[in-house]
Write a new protein. Structure first.
Length: 468
């Protein structure tokens, strides 16, 4: 049900609010998984509306291993993270290999890192099923750089080899977190496998180990880091002691760390400008919380999300939009500039919506329109992002049955990539208007990326560069 306050209240609190301004170059590229403005929009993008295996494919390359990490693009490099299962040669002593891996893990756990004591929490059940047994074979964790024009590999760096302690969900991968870049360095995050700072030539400059995350029902990991200025932020919500940590991007040195009372969440932090200073906002099951980026001070919080919070917030029009959709539905539009304390029950909540919200995909905020799916299904809702009025939906999408990838937008168009290989292109606006239906020989779980006239789609086996 949609709830609104009076126009007077809306005007009273409609203060300037925006994503922390990226460097000018960043707006021309795709430096993080939700793009240069963290809302899914490429402000300078104009990729094709139509394509197929024999049409508008500039290049298509096989990517080794598996990963749901969205590729990032800077200048002429396309950066991809992946996890490659190691097939041991016949006759190799697997017991000794496993013992060495265990010794490596023990040395790491006993080292003076940022890992806190984290007793495993019990009593949390449920989820979306599909958990398997923990791997017994090691994986190699790679960062790849491809030439944007040709798709040819420029460099490839193995940052870690280790046997993961959890299998993850059957639809997940061991490389589901996405990298981020400032154009000078790449911050490749593999969750429990570590955070790595690489230069643009693929050389590791520093690394940080946070320990092993114990995710709900062993479903795996997926939150990506956030970056603003010289500060890098990682959220670590799991079944042990959860925390959020800020680091100096140049050295990996810890700047501050706050423990969090949260079960596992997969939402990526969002950094915005508020009152002339950067604030980091994290959506989670118990509370959405806002922290001062410089000090780590808790500024405000509000409840209202469902369990298993995955979608990341988006911001614009003086509001931040918070969504989740596991065993329930929640959308809150919050006026937070200068907010303090608990926002529940106050007129800081501009409007709310309690149906058809996403479980896995994050929303797309395109100017004054907000797009989101129902759970993981190809059922779309579009609302007026300023007033909360529903333009259309829930609208079933022909040819797209299931969606994990988050939608993206460019040049007045919305791109929706389905798990079965079909991508719909819609006209942005208050009416449902399908411009094209495109099918490729792959399935898509990673979110698309757009730079200039190019659309990058990472499938389960190939990476496509789509261009006229």
């Amino acid at each position: 049900m949609l709830q609104r306050f009076t126009p007077f209240c809306l005007l009273l609190f409609l203060a300037p609010l925006a994503v922390a301004e990226p460097p000018s170059d960043a707006r021309r590229f795709w430096p993080a998984w939700r793009g240069p403005e963290a809302n899914g929009v490429a402000p300078h993008g104009n990729p094709p509306s139509e394509w197929g295996e024999s049409k508008n494919i500039r290049w298509k390359v096989a990517i080794p291993g598996k990963g749901h990490a969205t590729p990032i693009i800077w200048d002429n490099l396309v950066i991809v993270q992946t996890a490659v299962k190691v097939d041991r040669p016949a006759g190799e002593n697997r017991d000794e290999a496993a013992a060495e891996d265990s010794r490596d893990r023990r040395r790491r756990d006993e080292s003076p890192s940022m890992q806190p004591d984290r007793p495993r929490r019990g009593g949390r059940r449920g989820g979306f099923g599909g958990r398997g047994a923990a791997p017994t074979e090691p994986y190699e964790f790679h960062v790849l750089a491809l030439d944007r024009k040709t798709g040819k590999q420029v460099w490839r760096t193995k940052v870690k080899e280790e046997t993961p302690h959890e299998a993850g969900h059957q639809d997940a991968t061991q490389a589901s977190c996405s990298p981020i870049t400032d154009g000078k360095h790449i911050y490749a995050y593999f969750g429990s496998r570590g955070l790595y700072c690489l230069d643009m030539n693929g050389k590791v400059k520093w690394e940080k180990d946070f320990g092993d995350m114990q995710t709900r029902n062993g479903f795996g990991e997926g939150s990506s880091p956030a970056l603003h200025g010289d500060t890098l932020v990682v959220n670590w919500d799991h079944e042990g002691q959860s925390f959020i940590v800020a680091m100096d991007k140049k050295t990996g040195k810890q700047l501050w760390k706050q423990d969090r009372d949260e079960p596992t969440s997969w939402s990526t932090p969002l950094i915005v400008e508020s009152g002339g200073k950067p604030v980091v906002i994290v959506s989670a099951t118990n509370y959405v919380r806002a922290y001062d980026l410089k000090s780590g001070e808790l500024l405000w919080k509000c409840s209202g999300m469902t369990g298993n919070t995955i979608p990341s917030p988006v911001v614009g029009n003086g509001l931040i939009y918070l969504l989740s959709g596991f065993r329930g539905a929640a959308l809150l539009a919050v006026r937070y500039d200068g907010a303090k304390g608990d926002l529940n029950g106050t007129d800081r909540i501009a409007f709310s919506y309690d149906r058809d919200t996403p479980y896995v995909p994050s929303p797309l905020l395109y100017d004054d329109t907000l797009y989101f799916f129902k759970e993981n299904r190809g059922i779309l809702t579009c609302i007026d992002a300023k007033a909360g009025k529903v333009h259309y939906g829930p609208q079933r999408l022909d040819g797209v049955s299931m969606v994990y990838a988050s939608p993206v937008g460019a040049s007045g168009r919305v791109y929706i990539a389905g798990r079965d290989g079909t991508t719909l292109v819609l006209k942005r606006g208050p009416r449902f208007d399908v411009l094209a239906t495109n099918t490729l020989d792959d399935g898509f779980d990673a979110s698309p990326a757009i730079v200039g006239d190019e659309l990058f789609l990472r499938g389960r086996s190939h990476l496509y560069c789509i261009a006229r």
